[in-house]
Design a protein around this ligand. Structure first.
Ligand SMILES: [Zn+2]
Length: 189
């Protein structure tokens, strides 16, 4: 949490009010070059704006937060004034996260409703490893059909080449998209 002179006061008036739910809402944080960086609470974004560290790029509806001395628009997207380098988020390699990365879509037939499994593109028996680049979400039917064969051998083409989630994908898939105003900044439109 960022703190600074007087920042405690801007929230004092809202404590225990219905505003708590607004303050805990989510804001997309863009780097100075508009690259998506992270997701933070409205509370944190307002503090960054108050301290002059961020500017509001998109506003959340017409909502306004009022304190004793002034009112603040509720941000939906903010942009940092200075470019910062952040350590990249590492997403844990797990069955659940592979399915999430692939949007619960079978990477062979494209179905999204079937029960999903995780398939080794290059089968373990053929030396395939447990890495992001060798694991895809596959429906049970496709996984059974493919068996211990490579996609070429099974004549089953992959919809996408699997890759490790990068920072953008992290926000899109793992932090989630909470507001339609974020879509253009996350390159989803
Ligand atoms: Zn399938």
């Amino acid at each position: 949490m960022l703190t600074g002179p007087g920042t405690a006061n801007i929230f004092a008036a809202w404590r225990g009010e219905k505003w708590m739910s607004v303050l805990l809402g989510h804001v997309l944080v863009l780097n100075q070059n508009y690259e998506p960086l992270s997701v933070c609470s409205v509370r944190r974004a307002v503090v960054m704006m108050y301290l002059g560290k961020a500017e509001m790029i998109e506003r959340f509806d017409g909502k306004v937060i009022r304190s004793v001395y002034r009112s603040y628009p509720v941000p939906s997207v903010v942009r940092l004034g200075l470019y910062i380098h952040l350590p990249r988020k590492r997403v844990l390699l797990s069955r659940k996260n592979i399915v999430k990365r692939d949007n619960h879509r079978c990477q062979y037939c494209g179905r999204t409703v079937a029960p999903m499994t995780v398939d080794h593109v290059i089968p373990k028996k053929l030396g395939g490893r447990d890495i992001w680049e060798n694991l895809v979400c596959a429906c049970l039917d496709c996984n059974n059909k493919k068996g211990d064969r490579t996609p070429d051998r099974a004549r089953m083409m992959l919809l996408h080449h699997p890759r490790r989630p990068d920072h953008l994908m992290y926000i899109q898939r793992f932090a989630g998209v909470n507001d339609s105003r974020w879509r253009r900044y996350l390159f989803l439109d």
